[in-house]
Ligand binder design. Structure first.
Ligand SMILES: Nc1ncnc2c1ncn2[C@@H]1O[C@H](COP(=O)(O)OP(=O)(O)O)[C@@H](O)[C@H]1O
Ligand SMILES: [Mg+2]
Length: 254
């Protein structure tokens, strides 16, 4: 099955008291099945808006988002979203958090499936704990297991490791690559970190602000596992940082 995700001239305008605000302008992008795509750009350039549109939580003002030949019009278990703040249910145990989506979908053997995914993220031992008993990295692993348990084709991740310390972050980057290699998902991953994007992505979409547009798409085209200090990464990092510094200047000049 061709799970190609096509964004065609997607524009999103919000109406506020100060008038119209163009959050995204004419975003056109083809995302391939099994691709690991990272999106980077200054705060406010519309990254979260874009993920919400792909998730079907909101709609473009104009343009279309098409998955498998069909326009996305509502949320679907086909597209799982993972947020920076983990958003676990504090009153549910780890296991019951992972079971949540399975319950909603009325999937039988939910316990078995949930345990399978807790094993995948290495947390089965902690299945009876509550979120408050876990570290940030563990909470994000639970969120990943919960999103994966319903077997989405596309995983949408909004700065998922942004609040974690550097060491935990590096570990989870390796973990998400391992899971991606094993489960063959399409991943759209928003990050603030150029290094993170270059460590993970097949392609990096660099966005500009006011309005939010695609400024450049960088083909990373490197074997994994990657060396974080690889010279090729350094070159690409400089290229992206140059683009971003122009964008940041735009923001401070306003
Ligand atoms: N529901 C909304 N109503 C009005 N404005 C919004 C809404 N959601 C986002 N925006 C505006 O759209 C722009 C992009 O926001 P967002 O997608 O959150 O950016 P990013 O995730 O890149 O930081 C911001 O200026 C933000 O204030
Ligand atoms: Mg955001």
């Amino acid at each position: 099955m061709n799970q190609k995700l096509v964004l065609s001239c997607v524009t999103k305008i919000f109406n506020s008291e100060d008038g119209e605000m163009k959050s995204l302008e004419e975003i056109s992008l083809n995302i391939n099945q099994n691709e690991f795509l990272c999106i980077i750009g200054p705060s406010g350039c519309g990254k979260t808006t874009l993920l919400r549109l792909i998730a079907g939580l909101d709609f473009p003002s104009s343009g279309k988002i098409i998955l498998d030949g069909e326009e996305i019009r509502s949320p679907s278990p086909e597209r799982g979203m993972i947020f920076q703040d983990f958003s676990l249910f504090p009153w549910r145990t780890v296991l019951r958090n992972v079971e949540f989506g399975l319950e909603i979908l009325g999937i039988e053997r939910k316990r078995e499936v949930a345990e399978e995914y807790l094993n995948l993220v290495g947390l089965n031992r902690f299945k009876n704990r509550y979120p408050y008993e876990l570290s940030g990295g563990m909470k994000q692993r639970v969120a990943i297991a919960r999103a994966l348990a319903v077997n989405p084709a596309i995983l949408l991740m909004d700065e998922p490791f942004g609040s974690l310390d550097a060491q935990t972050r590096n570990m989870l980057q390796d973990e998400i690559l391992r899971i991606w290699g094993k489960t063959k998902k399409t991943v759209v991953f928003v990050t603030h970190s150029v290094d993170e994007a270059l460590y993970l992505a097949d392609r990096v979409v660099v966005m500009s602000i006011n309005p939010g547009r695609i400024k450049k798409i960088i083909d990373v085209n490197m074997e994994r596992p990657r060396e974080r200090t690889d010279l090729k990464i350094t070159e690409k990092r400089n290229e992206i940082l140059d683009i971003l510094s122009v964008e940041l200047k735009k923001m401070t000049d306003r």
